[in-house]
Design a protein around this ligand. Structure first.
Ligand code: S3P
Ligand code: PEP
Length: 413
């Protein structure tokens, strides 16, 4: 059995930084993720005048319920959609200030119109320099009264997360009626973490009622990243081995841990314990048809191991993977085809046929998940190379070292 320590969750770290910055008091984050996305979020907060002290496994944030410490700032959100969607929302609640946000070329292309429209509907003066609903943008803060909103979060749950977290910072709170939602388990993370910072959201069907009153600082331990864990679980299922990830068990916040259910359906033995999850190969990897709308960050993980299954793998309802770090459906298809595999894609689906993959250079499109997913395939098809291996920095800067040690350890068993 191989036990692997996974770095902290990106989603939890980003939310914790937002909530800590808005809270009354000093918050300590234990085991935050240290990667480009989360360092970028912390840097963004610092540009806004928040005090963020970063020691290796412990970050301290001094909350500022009144908002940024500086009257104006330029904030670069890098490639992180959590940063690019959550930070403009955080500053919108301040009583005054002018804050300009920009992001990487890909993040400029990624959408946020439903969020910017919702903020505008709440009375926020938000201006775009180019296309509406895209970075760069400037927020002129003047406080938010609050009230009722209708939101389409069918393209990204991050719009809803941003507005939920904004609610307690408005004068009267928010009532948000959601007409469509993708990546729903991320909303459970948001609600659970808001509760940890002292705010209870009332949920009635598709309507969320968020009370005013602000957040309370706390000490917060960040759980390991479940999307990152998917590469190690998939590796076990693919290579006939067993892998245990401590820190992700029954009470885990992240929906992406459900990726192990997909591996179970494909033939692996899975045990989700109180505080750890184990995947053990039974030697079988069956084809499967699976809806991944809730856990689409793990779609590339499944796509990369799909050719080694004994039947077709069909992944459905993942249209939003086309607006991530790249068009992930086409990137997976392109790379699998380059490996000699038969693949069909539709607007929201991918169908991958069994075959004998041959090594190639993986076109990463700057997407960390493409690299990490195909690294798993590399355990069965040695010789895969990557045109931009360093893009793993977004969520797991030490991925290549850790994965090489892990693969070595697996081989020895
Ligand atoms: O809220 C979050 O932390 C995230 C939500 C998901 O995005 P979408 O809701 O845009 O699918 C996920 O893909 C992303 O990596 C992180
Ligand atoms: C889609 C992702 O990130 P984000 O949307 O937070 O940039 C991801 O990490 O796979």
């Amino acid at each position: 059995m191989t036990v692997i320590d996974i770095p902290g969750s990106k989603s939890v770290t980003a939310r914790a930084l937002f909530l800590a910055a808005a809270a009354d008091g000093t918050t300590t984050l234990l085991r935050p993720l240290r990667s480009d996305d989360t360092e970028g979020f912390a840097e963004g907060l610092k540009s806004l005048g928040y005090a963020v002290e970063q020691e290796a496994d412990r970050w301290r944030v001094q909350g500022r319920p009144a908002g940024p410490a500086v009257p104006d700032a330029d904030v670069y959100c890098r490639d992180g959609a959590t940063t690019a969607r959550f930070l403009p929302t955080l500053v919108a609640a301040a009583a005054s200030g002018t804050y300009r946000f920009d992001a990487s070329a890909q993040m400029r292309r990624r959408p946020l119109a439903p969020l910017t429209r919702a903020l505008t509907a709440l009375g926020v003066d938000l201006r775009h320099e180019g296309a509406e609903g895209h970075h760069p943008l400037t927020v002129r803060a003047a406080g938010i009264e609050g009230g009722h909103l209708t939101l389409d979060a069918g393209e990204s749950s991050q719009y809803l997360t941003a507005l939920l977290m904004l609610g307690p910072l408005t004068a009267k709170g928010l009532r948000i009626e959601v007409t469509a939602l993708v990546s729903a388990p991320y909303i459970e993370i948001t609600l659970a973490m808001m509760r940890d910072f002292g705010v209870e959201v009332l949920r009635e069907g598709n309507t969320f009622t968020v009370p005013p009153g602000g957040y309370r600082a706390t000490a917060y331990a960040v759980e390991p990243d479940a999307s990152t864990a998917s590469y190690f679980f998939a590796a076990a299922a693919l290579t006939g081995r067993e892998v245990t990830v401590p820190g992700l068990g029954i009470g885990a916040l992240q929906g992406d841990l459900r990726f192990v259910d997909v591996l179970r359906d494909m033939g692996a033995e899975v045990s989700v314990g109180a505080d750890a999850t184990t995947v053990r190969s039974t030697g079988r990897l069956r084809g499967i048809t699976v809806n991944m709308r809730d856990i689409s960050d793990t779609m590339p993980t499944l796509a990369a191991i799909a050719p080694y299954a004994d039947g077709p793998v069909i992944i459905e309802d993942v249209a939003n993977t086309r607006v991530k770090e790249c068009d992930r459906l086409e990137a997976c298809a392109e790379n699998l085809r380059a490996m000699g595999i038969t693949v069909h894609t539709g607007p929201d689906r991918i169908e991958i046929h069994p075959g004998t993959p041959k090594p190639t250079e993986i076109a990463t499109h700057g997407d960390h998940r493409i690299v990490m997913s195909f690294a798993v395939a590399g355990l069965r098809t040695p010789g895969l190379t990557y045109d931009d291996p360093g893009c793993v920095r977004k969520t797991f800067p030490r991925f290549h070292e850790v994965f090489a040690d892990f693969a070595h350890d697996l081989e020895g068993r």
